[in-house]
Design a binder for this molecule. Structure first.
Ligand code: COA
Length: 260
């Protein structure tokens, strides 16, 4: 497939998908999300692709979140559906029977952290930064972050990260279980991601698919968590705080929240 914001490369059964909107630190706009959806569908079907590595273009950013400039003008009535669409896409990654590794080369914030968490493993360069800073915009994570961060790091740490909006280093992320491995350079990141992927792919393919399926079965997508997240995201988009938070980002200033 051809894509404007993705580079897709297939070698030795490993499909590397590079997210590429460097002028916006690889932020996820709707066009990019649709391309990602098409790439996942293609990956599911492609019998020559046995595993996927998702990374970002450049050294600075994996994905700096959903595109704030784009979603600042979202219709409040459509906000919950906007979140559900992103949730569904990231769920496609999580339930892929073929392994997916996030190779995190810098900022993994908001939707970027959520994308990395939807992958089966996370490997990061030491300059990577993780966080869910949505409350600084007057919203909450809407692409499954409230659920997956809690699953990965536990309720207390997840609440702290989401309520303070603190960004943490790759080493801190590793210490709390958010990241599997930390490496020094971009090159080492790709090398380790490929070598772990090769190890996984040398094992029984059906067995690996069933490990993924069984682990996922313990974390229901059908329960109240994801739906509450989508509805709550929609409720936040109807607030003045959301308008102030996103306007402040665009105007490069600190937001003044009023709790309305
Ligand atoms: N959406 C849209 N544009 C974004 C973006 C996002 N999530 N993150 C960064 N960009 C854009 C910036 O607006 C800037 O564009 P400009 O050159 O037209 O002004 C460009 O990418 C470079 O970012 P900049 O902020 O200048 O880089 P920095 O090194 O000073 O800061 C970050 C990097 C990641 C700390 C900062 O960009 C940031 O806080 N981004 C938003 C993170 C976030 O809240 N994500 C969650 C969204 S739900």
């Amino acid at each position: 497939m051809t894509a404007k914001h993705l580079r897709i490369d297939l070698q030795n059964g490993i499909q590397t998908l590079t997210i590429s909107r460097p002028h916006a630190l690889n932020a996820l706009n709707q066009e990019l999300l649709e391309e990602l959806r098409a790439a996942m569908l293609e990956f599911y079907k492609n019998e020559e692709a046995h595993g996927m590595i998702i990374t970002g273009e450049g050294e600075k950013s994996f994905v700096a979140g959903a595109d704030i400039k784009e979603f600042s003008s979202i219709n409040p009535g459509e906000a919950a559906a906007f979140a559900r669409r992103g949730q569904d896409l990231f769920r496609m990654i999580e339930v892929s029977p073929k392994p997916v590794i996030a190779a995190v080369n810098g900022f993994a914030l908001g939707g970027g952290c959520e994308l990395a968490m939807a992958c089966h493993l996370r490997i990061a360069t030491q300059n990577a930064k993780f966080g869910q800073p949505e409350v600084t915009l007057g919203i909450i994570p809407g692409y499954g972050g409230t659920q997956r961060l809690t699953q990965l790091v536990g309720r207390g740490k997840a609440l702290e990260l989401m309520m303070t909006a603190d960004l943490i280093t790759a080493e801190e992320a590793k210490a709390i279980g958010l990241v599997n491995h930390v490496v020094a350079t971009r090159q080492a990141l790709i090398e380790l991601s490929e070598s772990i992927m090769k190890k996984i792919l040398s094992n029984g393919r059906i067995a690996v698919a069933n490990v993924i399926k069984s682990v996922n079965a313990g974390f229901s997508f059908e329960g109240a968590g994801y739906e509450t997240e989508a509805e709550s995201f929609g409720a936040c988009v109807r607030t003045k705080d959301f308008r102030e938070g996103t306007a402040a980002f665009v105007e490069k200033r600190k937001p003044k929240f009023t709790g309305e």
